[in-house]
Write a protein that binds this ligand. Sequence first.
Ligand SMILES: *Cc1c(COP(=O)(O)O)cnc(C)c1O
Length: 429
Amino acid sequence: MPAYVDPIERRLLADPVLLGDIAEAVGGPFHVLFPERVSLNIKTFQQAFTAAGVDGFVYFGKKANKAACVVRACAESGAGVDVASTGELVAALSQGVRGEDLMVTGPAKSDELLWLAARHRALIAIDALDELRRLGELELPVRVLLRVLPEGSNSRFGLDPMELEQAIQAISGSITLSGFSFHLSGYDVVARSELAAALVGHCLRARANGHPADTISIGGGFGVDYLDAQFWAKFQNTLSANWFHTNPATDYYPYHFPVPGAAMLSAILDHQNLAELLRDNEIRLAIEPGRALLDRAGSSVFRIQGVKTRTAQGNPYDILTVDGTSLSLSEQWFDSEYLPDPVLWPTRPGRLTPTCVGATTCLESDLLSRRRIPLPRRAHLRDLLVYPNTAGYQMDSNESTFHELPLPPKVVLHAAADRLRWTLDATSR
Ligand SMILES: *Cc1c(COP(=O)(O)O)cnc(C)c1O
């Protein structure tokens, strides 16, 4: 199941020495990031707003990746950042994102986070009534959105209709009600579009009570297309436990996503002409994509430090041990598996070899790939295994120094005119 790759990654994989040189320099597993691709993804969303004639703004959902080069790309591309902790807020500021371009989300925000957000004039998505009370006590001018609990949802986030009413009543003095927000799990276009239309109604009622209420945020959850439709359909239709070293996962990300990213935004704006409703009422639409801004913007590289051969139903297959852990791929920690095929580097001709991939830990279950992937040749010690498209949630959301292994550094790759150039990300220096 080969993943779609960005042109810069294709260049990296085709370069006969660069990956090997980086591996030698950093001496362990590492992640590679392509910030130019983040800028391109941001631009694609901005163009979708322009094409629909909607005043829109992109905030990057920062929890999806910690790299400094990603927020730097946001600052340079006219995007803001959606943060949920003081660490994320400071990291965004330190890469040049202005306070006024920050959106502060997350439940039960700490006093420190609220104070910093107010000091930096960030937009604050209120998740509970006491946050409003605590903001009022700061006596600083602040702008807030009220995060709405969607009807019929049992989410632990957001304000229910009673709380919403109380919140609107409570807002006065130093607090400005800028509008309303939501964030839905799942990837449904219609649900997002129709809830957005409902929030426009909330804005109009709030305006009648003298609030500016000119902004709504529809959160994140813009899908990413990792795999071609045919590969994905074949996987789903012929899935067999025999393909796996141990039991397969039961739940997977929808790795083929027909209307991803900015195209999904266009579909949301198109449904029942949401774009016109926003225009007619002069409402600015904020979005908070995390994963979608990182599409094809990074990969994770492991060095092979062991190769064993096992047999299942009479068929031999290899089990690799790489120099990192499945914490750098994250999906196993949600009882799932990352399915886009890793690339064995350097590429050489050979014999198709079913291969699964274990971690350099003493946990039986710590496998990066339980699936026996048909690699184009046998892997050898010191070869590299490159997992593609890992920047969105895969690479660093669950990493730890388990076994006292160092955290894999992040390498930033730029396409210079003559060649690819690399440096360490500011978070890895
Ligand atoms: C996680 C999160 C996002 C980003 O979600 P993606 O699925 O990565 O797009 C945006 N907004 C809020 C409030 C979130 O919690």
